[in-house]
Design a protein around this ligand. Structure first.
Ligand code: ADP
Ligand code: MG
Ligand code: MG
Length: 252
């Protein structure tokens, strides 16, 4: 069974080709890491999977749970169990996190013909998830992301992920400024939420996060192509040797 299948994907922005033939298969239960030097196209790949508009898919296919992902509206992708770390609002002043989260959870439930949670039921559900990802409750009483630090935003994002219980989570770790505490929160959340029927793709420039999340497969994206795929040892190799050897191998 495949959860996500990307076949020969080419993507352009403003007529400039960024992704040049990506192939990737993710099965339930797997954690994949996508690494690579800056500007390789990692975020472009994540954004295309999220359904951001400015990207033009010029060739290839993406199948998610047996459906053509590229034809699905971004909000339907989310309701079908795809979670993208940057899909949620940056800041909504005046709207407490708890209200925002309850609405999001109930929208998903409605879509799947499940009974909506009452305020009391939602609080109980939220407390269970808080324990699971070890999140303190103060954040949920504050306005959505307003005045949150980078680390708090990250924790919040992982908490949203815990509540939405995605089938496939794609986490683009663009923020290299996260401290170890925030990285550990991300890792702890990903590990705690890991199930045989779920999968995660972690996009990261640095190996640091992968000290805490052990991937099944590590891919290196370089100049719009996956130039290497291997086990978790590849991340360690990249930590030791950097990306120069990858660049040299692909410079001819
Ligand atoms: P990575 O995440 O690996 O650092 P990106 O996907 O962010 O790489 O970027 C890949 C290339 O695409 C870079 O050359 C970048 O400048 C370009 N790019 C990405 N997003 C845009 C955009 N919205 N408009 C124009 N160029 C973009
Ligand atoms: Mg970048
Ligand atoms: Mg990026």
């Amino acid at each position: 069974l495949k959860m996500l299948s990307i076949k020969d994907l080419y993507v352009s922005i403003d007529g400039m080709e960024i992704l040049k033939g990506i192939n990737l298969e993710v099965k339930p239960g797997e954690i994949h890491a996508i690494m690579g030097p800056n500007g390789s196209g990692k975020s472009t790949l994540a954004n295309v999977l999220a359904g951001k508009e400015e990207y033009e898919v010029t060739h290839g296919e993406v199948t998610y749970m047996g459906k053509n992902l590229l034809e699905m509206a971004p909000e339907d992708r989310a309701k079908e169990g795809l979670f993208l770390s940057f899909q949620y609002p940056v800041e909504i002043p005046g709207v407490p996190m708890v209200n925002f989260l309850k609405t999001a959870v109930n929208e998903h439930r409605k879509y799947h013909n499940e009974k909506e949670l009452t305020a009391g039921e939602f609080l109980k559900f939220m407390r269970e998830k808080m324990d699971l990802v070890e999140m303190r409750s103060q954040l949920t009483n504050r306005s959505v992301n307003e005045g949150f630090s980078g680390g708090e935003k990250k924790k919040n994002e992982i908490f949203q992920m815990a509540l939405l219980e995605p089938k496939l989570a794609i986490l683009d770790e663009t923020d290299s400024g996260l401290d170890i505490d925030a990285l550990k929160t991300v890792a702890h959340g990903v590990n705690a939420l890991r199930k045989p029927e779920n999968a995660t793709i972690v996009v990261t420039h640095y190996q640091r996060l992968l000290e805490y999340i052990v991937p099944d497969v590590v891919h290196v994206l370089y100049k719009g192509k996956i130039v290497k795929s291997a086990g978790k040892e590849l991340a360690l190799q990249l930590e030791e040797k950097g990306y120069d050897w990858i660049k040299q191998e692909n410079e001819n």
